[in-house]
Design a protein around this ligand. Structure first.
Ligand code: FAD
Length: 499
């Protein structure tokens, strides 16, 4: 037990758990991060992939939350340039839904309440005279263009875990926390390796429950704190996305107002595709079983058909994914009006510190993580200030260059790499691409070619540094290659992992 003692055990390797592990490791704590399946495999890979303030939450007067998210958008844009890029969003005006003055007022606020920003202010465009109007129905007259950001959500999780490990955190994937008990003033944490079925006990001075939509079930399962009358409640709300063949030219997104007052985003995705989402359906059951329903499929197709001239049918949909939001239940009846804010709950009846995270957004994970670790510092009598706002996420240090300039430098460094492959590497790994490329002088030096520009060197790197254990971990989470590569290539990756 003594060998396996940590200052902090973080349970749950979604964006919040990975962010907390990174922040705590950076403040000198010995940290263990445990994830029941793969990192980012639950809600954090099923998001709309926006780093945004959340324009529509202004309507619900959530000014504090929107301000924090917009500030974080700026922080992340600076620190995560490899995974996050700016995204122009065309908000389609529909007077029956919201008057234009309201949208313009909202966007004026959105432009200003976040403080310093590097993204341009919003502007009105006449769609009939603008390229943005081209794929739309003729009755779409006005649009307001504003800026937000796009992120590779799952890689954001994984690189936070990689960064935590680089700061000496231990990361265990496919490892479920099954029990938590206080023993001699410490937490005894029982873990099960879900691949070998072996169990392991470790001890920790502090524990954080960052199990996202499982936050309540986890407490119930380990018999800790769930009967606490002050415990916040979560509402589980499913959201689904559809992926269509690319519907229009350009790198901008569209924001479509719906008759039920919700908004649906239509975003360019992975070069060849268009992503449409999301929906909101109350959810019961295991979040891992969340799948799109026929009603959601019809809703999303209808949303596209009410704005675009090209009709889409469910049969056009190439792929779907669904995730479950763990929303902080504020008693609001309509799920789309529930706050996207978060609460960090201290289970104060236990001596060794134990915190649970309720709610949150991908966008605010860094601020949430900092707040969690600040609280742990106070509870354990340590004084180490937060640091993560001013530090690039691993791979994001381009030595002062922009992404474009850094990509050019890497082209000079690796002139033999096909441009598309080089861009994929820069976008996925940032400066960490040198880990598997630095000694190579030709494609042959990258080892076996499994097909579709997937080489052994990359797979070896993912296994050695990013805990990739299965082909799915590689083609759906550490990359989105699953959308692009053939079944043969996937089989070759599987065979390589098995050998
Ligand atoms: C449809 C949809 C769209 C969204 N779009 C956006 C968006 O565009 N922008 C934005 O900012 N936010 C968005 N969000 C919100 C955002 O995705 C979530 O707030 C965030 O991903 C939650 O992260 P998490 O770490 O709390 O949970 P999760 O990512 O679910 O991670 C929790 C982890 O805990 C693990 N776990 C559970 N039990 C155990 C156990 N016993 N032992 C070990 N591990 C365990 C699970 O396997 C899981 O990986 C969206 C959410 C949804 C559902």
């Amino acid at each position: 037990m003594d060998d396996l003692h940590y200052d902090l055990c973080v349970i749950g390797g979604g964006i919040n758990g990975a962010g907390i592990a990174r922040d705590a490791a950076g403040r000198g704590l010995s940290v263990l991060l445990v994830e029941a399946e793969d990192l980012g495999g639950a809600t954090s890979s099923a998001s709309s992939k926006l780093i945004h303030g959340g324009l529509r939450y202004l309507e619900h007067r959530e000014f504090g939350m929107v301000r924090e998210a917009l500030k974080e958008r700026e922080v992340l844009l600076q620190n995560v340039p490899h995974l996050i890029s700016s995204l122009e969003c065309v908000f389609l005006q529909d007077d029956e839904q919201r008057p234009q003055w309201l949208i313009r007022l909202g966007l004026w606020l959105y432009d200003h309440i976040g403080g310093k920003k590097s993204l341009p202010n919003s502007r009105v465009v006449q769609l009939a005279d603008h390229a943005f109007g081209k794929p739309l129905l003729d009755d779409m007259l006005d649009g307001i263009v504003y800026s937000d950001c796009y992120v590779d959500d799952t890689r954001l999780v994984i690189l936070n875990a990689v960064d935590a490990a680089a700061r000496n955190a231990k990361v265990l994937t496919y490892t479920r926390c099954e029990s938590l008990k206080v023993c001699d003033g410490r937490w005894r944490v029982t873990l099960r390796d879900t691949m070998s079925d072996e169990t392991l006990d470790v001890s920790a001075s502090m524990v954080v429950n960052a199990t996202g939509p499982w936050v309540g079930k986890f407490l119930e399962g380990v018999g800790i704190g769930h009967r606490d009358p002050d415990l916040p409640m979560v509402r589980l709300v499913k959201g689904s996305h559809i992926i269509l063949p690319r519907q229009y030219e350009g790198d901008h997104a569209y924001v479509l107002q719906q008759p039920d007052k919700r908004i649906v985003f239509v975003t360019p995705y992975q070069g060849k595709y268009t992503l449409v989402g999301t929906t909101e359906e109350e959810f019961e059951g295991n979040p891992r079983d969340a799948r799109i329903s026929d009603v959601e499929m019809a809703y999303l197709c209808e949303a596209v058909n009410c704005a675009f001239s090209k009709t889409v049918l469910p049969s056009d949909v190439i792929f779907t994914f669904s995730g479950v939001r763990p929303l902080l239940d504020d008693g609001e009846e309509n799920s789309s009006e529930i706050s996207r804010g978060y609460r960090i709950y201290h289970h104060s009846r236990y001596d060794p510190p134990f915190l649970s995270v309720f709610g949150g957004k991908l966008t605010t994970y860094r601020a949430l993580s900092e707040a969690v670790v600040n609280q742990l510092m106070r509870l354990s009598g340590r004084v180490v200030e937060g640091w993560s706002a001013g530090e690039p996420l691993t791979g994001g240090d381009f030595g002062g260059h922009s992404l474009e300039a850094y990509t050019q430098l890497q082209r000079q460094q690796y002139p033999w790499l096909p441009v598309e492959l080089l861009q994929r590497y820069v976008r996925s790994y940032g400066a960490r691409m040198d880990y598997f490329l630095h000694s190579a002088e030709s494609l042959d030096d990258l080892g076996m070619h499994y097909g579709d520009q997937v080489f052994k060197a990359e797979i070896d790197y993912l296994v050695q540094y990013e805990w990739a254990a299965t082909a799915e971990d590689i083609v759906w989470r550490r990359s989105k290659l699953g959308l692009h590569i053939s079944d043969d290539t996937v089989r070759n990756i599987e065979a390589a992992l098995a050998s």
